[in-house]
Design a protein around this ligand. Structure first.
Ligand code: NAD
Length: 343
């Protein structure tokens, strides 16, 4: 019999790629999503890629009663992967309560429903934002966490603490938090990828939307940071590599291979690329010129972030495979396919 995994936020960007990898690894998947930042069409696309349409339940996890009902119906699930959250940093500064409410109510409802139904393992989507401005690089899992600049980031830090407290109070419960660096790219089929609603917050979709003419130009916020070319450095990671790490984390939880009930791993490549590196690679990969302008720094941007990846390699046996050019090419293929489908 196949193991069942509940995936909250499974219609979203990282969730949909992870559902594909889970199905390809012979798991039964139940997606819980309120479609607040995704589309039901993703299910058909997952089916096209894998041959399997996952079970889908349209549910807002802020709703305590409904969440309990759904978990009790699927109490045979072996673990939960929790992607469901709002994620727009800028919006979270404007609407902090909406972010705390959505990201924390739904987490707490989900955890309570898990405990009630004896589903004892969760994988949590965290973020490198919990490290704030790091004192040393690369960032290891032992690096100090700081209060993140944005309410969004703070929901990730608080969520990690909530999970930690739950585990301390409950010997049966275990968790793995995966701290993502900068996920980009799309599935090689070109059927699933990042679909930002409104103006993108992140660099890669902004670049591809500018290149297809949806945005006039890319603003590069600051070229006077203490980095090699003055623009901020980040650790970009292909979403399919990221998705595969979730399958390994699920296996670690189900097979009770954890060394501690709560484990935390960085998910990045360990390579830092500046904004100008990404623009140059994009121009090289697509053989085109990107319209961009250097402007003032943006509040909250950290000069340099990249991960130490030794722990995740050793414990999960995970290694990212895709190069920056491959990440950029897949983002570009996805963007073009999206626009062609809309015409
Ligand atoms: P996404 O917005 O594409 O996916 C999140 C999904 O959760 C969406 O389908 C949305 O409809 C759903 N959702 C939100 N609130 C919900 C609720 N109350 N009930 C049910 N469903 C709800 O985002 P993503 O990029 O796939 O990110 C997935 C997770 O990874 C999020 O927790 C995000 O914070 C985290 N993360 C993302 C990044 C990134 O750059 N994409 C970086 C670090 C961490």
């Amino acid at each position: 019999m196949k193991n069942k995994i509940i995936v909250t936020g499974g219609c979203g960007y990282i969730g949909s790629h992870t559902v594909v990898e889970l199905i390809n690894n012979n798991y039964d998947v139940v997606i819980l999503d309120d479609l607040s930042n995704s589309s039901v069409e993703t299910l058909g696309r997952i089916e096209k890629i894998t041959g399997v349409k996952p079970v889908f339940i349209d549910i807002d996890l802020k709703n305590d009663t409904e969440t309990k009902k759904v978990f009790s119906k699927h109490k045979d699930a072996k673990a939960v992967i929790n992607f469901a959250a709002h994620k727009a940093v800028g919006e979270s500064v404007q609407k902090p309560l909406m972010y705390y409410k959505n990201n924390l109510y739904s987490l707490i409802n989900m955890l309570s429903s898990m405990v009630e139904n004896n589903i004892n393992g969760v994988i949590f989507s965290s973020s490198a934002t919990v490290y704030g401005t790091p004192e040393t690089l690369p960032i290891t899992e032992k690096s100090k966490t700081q209060r993140p600049f944005s309410p969004y980031g703070n929901t990730k830090k608080i969520a990690e603490e909530v999970i930690d407290d739950l585990i301390k109070s409950n010997d049966n419960f275990s968790a793995i938090s995966l701290r993502y660096f900068n996920p980009i790219g799309a599935h090689e089929s070109g059927l699933i990828g990042e679909l930002p609603s409104g103006v993108p917050n992140n660099l890669m979709p902004y670049i591809t939307q500018t290149a297809v003419g949806l945005r006039e130009k890319l603003m590069v916020y600051g070229n006077d940071y203490p980095t090699k070319d003055g623009t901020p450095i980040r650790d970009y990671i292909h979403v399919v590599d990221l998705a595969k790490a979730h399958v390994l984390a699920v296996e670690r939880i189900i097979n009770k291979q954890q060394e501690q009930p709560y484990e935390i791993f960085n998910l990045g490549t360990g390579n830092g690329f500046s904004v100008l590196d990404v623009i140059n690679s994009f121009e090289e990969v697509t053989n085109s010129k990107l319209n961009y302008e250097i402007t003032d720094r943006r509040p909250g941007d950290v000069p340099e972030l990249y991960a130490a990846t030794d722990l995740v390699k050793e414990k999960l046996g995970w290694e990212p495979k895709k190069s920056l050019n491959e990440m950029i090419k897949s983002s570009w293929d996805w963007e073009q396919k999206l626009r062609n489908n809309k015409e």
